[in-house]
Write a protein that binds this ligand. Sequence first.
Ligand code: NIG
Ligand code: FE
Length: 438
Amino acid sequence: MKTLITDIRELFGILPQETMKKEGAEMKTVASLKDAWLLVDGGKIAGFGPMPYPGQGLSGDGWGADDPSYRPEDCGEEIDNIIDAGGGFVLPSFCDSHSHIVYAGCRDGEFRDKIEGLSYEEIAARGGGILNSADLLHETSEDELYRQSASRAREVMLMGTGSLEIKSGYGLTIEDELKMLRVIRRIKEDFPMEIRSTFLGAHAVGREYAGRQHDYVDMVCDRMLPAVADEGLADFVDVFCDKGFFTPDETSRILDAASRYGLRPKIHANELAISGGVQVGTAFNALSVDHLEQTGDAEIKALQECRTTMPTMLPGASFFSRLPYGNARGFIDAGLGLALASDYNPGSSPSGNMRFVMALGCIMMRLSPEEALNACTINTAYAMGTSSLTGSITVGKRADLIITRPLPSLAFIPYSHQTPFISRVMVGGAVFDPADIA
Ligand code: NIG
Ligand code: FE
């Protein structure tokens, strides 16, 4: 099946196949082509170039399958479907490399506690937070959990996300962690998005192990990990390495055990304190270290020495939890790469809107619109191990695209961040209308 997109005012995010990520000053540029067409074949980008499409001899203005002047034979090859972008932009879909969209119910009660002044740590210390979500998930059947989670997957897909990483971590028992991971597997099967799954058994100590953290870590290593690996349910492993959660030593034990199953780490680090998480992550060649609200020179140095770990910040969590924003400028100016992801979860970031993430990157972290777009596309693709497949406009990559109405500039995207200007999204070559979100 071939689809031709015509009359693209500007096609952004063009990269050669060999670019897996961008770092430092490279993040300032986004290559583009004005007045372009793009051909999709079998769900992949098959080509792009300046209008008119070769062999048509037709102008791009308003031309499309509905146009009386359209004759498929003019296309020079068989095209099944034509999308007239109508002078809008086309961008690569967002890659969201950090989410917890599989959860049951919500935590709107804690939202009230937060408004009244309780911190994330205080809510967790009272037995709320992650344990609250674990209780709800335990009571919820796998089918119902799938139903609620699939609705969030659809929500983010229609907002422009084409690749999505999803974590477990609200089970905290073997049975419930497997339940979450099986739901992620069903979402992988049912959605056209490129999905990766991460085992986060060490998100908090499960209630049955209260006061026995050491035993819980043993259980994660000796029982949960083998069970997860046995069913092939995870692509990556994660640990919440932070003050009040898991220490760097405990994190090392878990990452060491996970390495025996070939699971590469993507870890939660330095959200609540300078936790040592960045250093454990880089020591284990983590694909990414995520959060990073609290960092200093030592973290930058550790990341400079290990160029394979993508620093990932989650500005939606800083916004919702009133935490400091990560030192994005400092990282990029030190020559590091930077990814921005949503952290969509019921406690610290109940939103998966990557346009908002991009806007927060610009407004609160002082990234340029180009840096923010790279941080939400090619660099998040790297952070979830999909940059050979997604994250840019590259022949051979998946046709994961955002098609906008006519817009004045790239900067308009984070600037006017609530305006519903996405006219269509394409995911693996399939076209969706964002208006179907309801
Ligand atoms: O990334 N920080 C740890 N985990 C999640 C929050 C989980 C929750 O509060 O439910 C996060 O912010
Ligand atoms: Fe998270």
